[in-house]
Design a protein around this ligand. Structure first.
Ligand code: ATP
Length: 252
């Protein structure tokens, strides 16, 4: 696997295993991401993507292996590791009846960001995403695409080095999907590392590197072009289908 980063990784997994009873969801997964790199975790349903995110966010502990964020072992130093992570989960975690601002304020308080500084960060994050004028509206009044943007804004308020996005475009229309992807791709300029889980090949095509996960194992990784070339395929979709045989993971 030629393009795996090594010592300069900001997020790394080494030999990570996780089972639910007899079912092995992750069977010894290793990967690493550098600052400013956008990595797509591409896998069909049941590949283990959400399980990996649950381990990366400290919701569960791995049965074996090591996860490090900015040099901190998530098992031994979870507070330090999690302080460097921003996350957008597959299911929304916003309070629909609170205003956009109140949702974001809750997050800044959790991270110990003082009032005035919190206000400045919230205003800047919403302005960047074109949502400054919606700040006082209840989240319920926003479209699905804008709700996701609020979650993206929230995930960045504590200025994490690593952003985890777990199938964040599920349920969004094509234009909103495109916008969200563009916003996150742009974060590379600020040196933010992104792990973007998806089952949509077209989203993975834009990544710096693609990690193909299936049935709890990394099948391949590399740039989209290198995966296509290695598979002797005409497209990433064809390469992916050839590797996994999962037809439901074809382009949207
Ligand atoms: N809480 C659980 N209890 C038992 N098995 C689980 C649990 N969560 C996940 N699994 C199983 O672990 C495997 C990996 O599931 P996971 O949800 O991590 O995959 P995924 O790639 O996120 O899939 P999807 O795209 O459908 O969300 C699947 O076989 C799934 O059925």
């Amino acid at each position: 696997m030629p393009e795996t980063p090594s010592d300069d990784a900001i997020l790394s997994l080494g030999g990570v295993r996780k089972s639910y009873g007899p079912r092995e969801a992750l069977k010894g997964v290793s990967l690493a991401i550098r600052p400013g790199e956008f990595v797509a975790l591409l896998g069909p349903n049941g590949a283990g993507k959400s399980t990996m995110f649950q381990l990366l966010t400290g919701l569960f502990n791995a049965d074996a292996g090591e996860i490090r964020v900015c040099g901190h072992d998530i098992g031994r130093s979870p507070v330090a590791a999690l302080a460097s992570i921003g996350v957008v989960f597959q299911q929304t975690t916003l309070d629909m009846d609170l205003s956009v601002e109140a949702n974001l304020r809750f997050h800044t308080r959790l991270h110990g960001i003082a009032g005035r500084e919190a206000g400045t960060r919230i205003a800047a994050a919403l302005a960047r995403l074109g949502l400054a004028e919606r700040m006082h509206e209840p989240v319920r009044a926003l479209s699905g695409g804008n709700r996701r943007k609020v979650e993206l804004a929230r995930a960045q308020l504590h200025r994490p080095s690593v952003l985890l996005m777990d199938e964040p475009t599920v349920g969004l229309d094509p234009a909103s999907r495109r916008q969200l992807l563009d916003e996150v791709l742009a974060l590379r300029r600020d040196g933010v590392a992104v792990l973007w889980a998806t089952h949509l090949v077209e989203e993975a095509e834009e990544a710096d590197r693609v990690v193909v996960l299936d049935a709890g194992k990394v099948l391949a990784e590399g740039t989209p072009a290198s995966l296509v070339a290695a598979a002797g395929a005409a497209s990433l979709a064809e390469a992916f289908l050839g590797m996994t045989g999962h037809r439901e993971a074809a382009p949207a």
